[in-house]
Design a binder for this molecule. Structure first.
Ligand code: ZN
Length: 493
């Protein structure tokens, strides 16, 4: 039997970490088993649908390099793969269920249903939900209602007795009493649109899906889906509901924890291979030890058995760490290409680059490489190369427990050391020693010397390593900035 799995998102929002984790697991499982990975767009909810979400779905999967074997844009033998293009099919199958006595038409108006709901709530009645009012209408009653112009929905006849079991590869058997399944859910709405449950089950069957890997949130819908398979007389696929993705606080991952949309991660400068590698480890592990996997490796080693039952924790810091590792694996040339859009976006460079900017850029990349968690970090770290600092807060020059006059003396001393020695572009170890001595003479910590220098060069307390900054800035600018900083400090004093 060929493995066929699908990722079936609803384009009602941006792709987020949880969804992408589902996509990845399905994709890797298909690849590891020589099967097919199918993309299906579940756009039955026309109110929440947006073009932007659909676009984002395609962009996200393309960015991650997840190619679907069948689906929108590429087609396949069981298409179309967009549910809104399959409405006739759902209608046909729903009507067949009516003919077979597994479903029935309900003519209740929304007013009646609303009244029923408030009655049930007021009476705290045991039955909450549809009261099967139309379950046993005769043909005459139906024709009568139709002749009054009443529209109907189609509802599944859920058995009132017995139990339904879903076999879940991961969770084991999950059994529910049928009377706890919501009474007679709507399959087809009065406008002919299917509900999620109907379309989902029909498509999984028609598309010959063998395994359903989806979020655990869908477990409550499971019994209803099984009942639908039974009503149609179809064999259900194997289920594997995936553990939740949580933040470090044990709550379901959400915006409160930080970015969750893949678009955000992409824009901040996470690399697809880093995100893919890390997200694959949220709820799955190879041997509990190994952490680094290329996409190709995951395509080989992924297996259902190693999915954890416990929820997976998404740790932003860990992702940053992975991202840094992947950034440092890039050659300087590759990294330069990846950083360029951020430099252009910040207004530091325009394409095509002038030779002067190109040269700055070539010097910058190897220096900044070790310091990047995400590509966009390059902007604050290199701003000093492209913009003059403002020194709007002179207190920045002055380290803790240092008198302003001593800070001034420190910067003057450093300037003298650099002026004397900075024949080459890079300050020497010798000069560093002299700076340490200077600190001793002034009876301050070395930071008391480096801090005014750092602020003079960059206008900021955080920067690339100081001597690298001097090298990148060049002698002329280095000296000019120190002089400006000195005059700021003097006028403060
Ligand atoms: Zn009814």
């Amino acid at each position: 039997m060929e493995v066929r799995v699908r990722y079936a998102p609803s384009p009602t929002g941006l792709q987020h970490i949880g969804g992408v984790r589902t996509a990845l697991f399905n994709y890797f499982f298909a690849r590891a088993n020589g099967g097919k990975f199918i993309l299906r767009v579940e756009d039955t909810d026309q109110e929440r649908y947006s073009d932007e979400s659909l676009e984002d779905l395609y962009n996200t999967l393309n960015w991650l390099g997840l190619k679907w074997d069948e689906g929108p844009l590429v087609g396949g033998p069981y298409g179309p793969y967009v549910q809104s293009e399959r409405f006739d099919l759902y209608k046909k199958y729903a009507e067949q269920l009516v003919v077979d006595g597994k479903a029935y038409r309900c003519y209740c108006t929304s007013e009646r249903l609303a009244a029923l709901r408030s009655e049930q709530q007021a009476a705290k009645s045991e039955l909450q939900g549809y009261d099967r009012h139309c379950a046993d209408l005769t043909d005459e009653q139906r024709s009568e209602l139709e002749s009054q112009g009443l529209k109907s929905v189609i509802r599944l006849k859920v058995p009132t007795q017995g139990k339904t079991t879903i076999h879940d590869v991961l969770m084991g058997d999950i059994t529910r009493r049928n009377r706890d399944v919501s009474p007679d859910p709507v399959l087809l709405k009065s406008d002919g649109f299917p509900t999620y449950h109907l379309a989902n089950v029909i498509d999984d069957h028609m598309m010959h899906i063998t395994h359903i890997m989806r979020a655990q949130e869908w477990i409550p819908s499971g019994p209803l889906h099984i009942l639908l398979y039974e009503a149609f007389g179809w064999e259900p696929p194997l289920y594997c509901h995936l553990p939740m993705v949580m933040g470090k606080d044990g709550q379901k991952l959400s915006k409160r924890h930080g970015s969750t949309s893949v678009k955000d991660f992409r824009e901040k400068g996470y690399l697809p291979e880093a995100l893919m590698n890390y997200v694959s480890l949220v709820g799955w592990s190879y041997d509990g030890q190994r952490e680094f996997f290329t996409k190709e490796e995951l395509e080989e080693v992924f297996s259902l058995e190693k999915i954890n039952k416990a929820p997976g924790v998404f740790d932003y810091k860990k992702l940053d760490w992975f991202n840094g590792q992947y950034i440092r694996q890039k050659s300087d040339g590759e990294l330069a290409q990846m950083l360029l859009p951020y430099m252009v976006g910040a207004g530091f460079a325009k394409e095509p680059l002038t030779s002067e900017v190109q040269a700055k850029f070539d010097a910058l990349v190897p220096v900044v490489k070790d310091r990047l968690k995400v590509l966009s970090d390059v902007v604050p770290l290199s701003r000093f190369l492209f913009e003059e600092p403002e020194y709007s807060d002179p207190s920045l020059f002055i380290a803790k427990n240092v008198e302003p006059s001593v800070a001034l003396a420190a910067l003057e001393g450093v300037y003298a050391i650099l002026k004397k020695g900075l024949a080459d572009k890079v300050p020497t170890e010798e000069m560093e020693k002299e700076m340490v001595e200077l600190a001793t003479q002034l009876d301050i910590k070395i930071n008391g010397v480096f801090m005014p220098l750092r602020v003079a060069l960059t206008g900021s307390l955080v920067s690339l390593p100081l001597f690298d900054s001097i090298f990148l800035l060049g002698q002329e600018k280095t000296f000019a900035r120190i002089e400006t900083a000195l005059s700021v400090l003097r006028s403060e004093g």
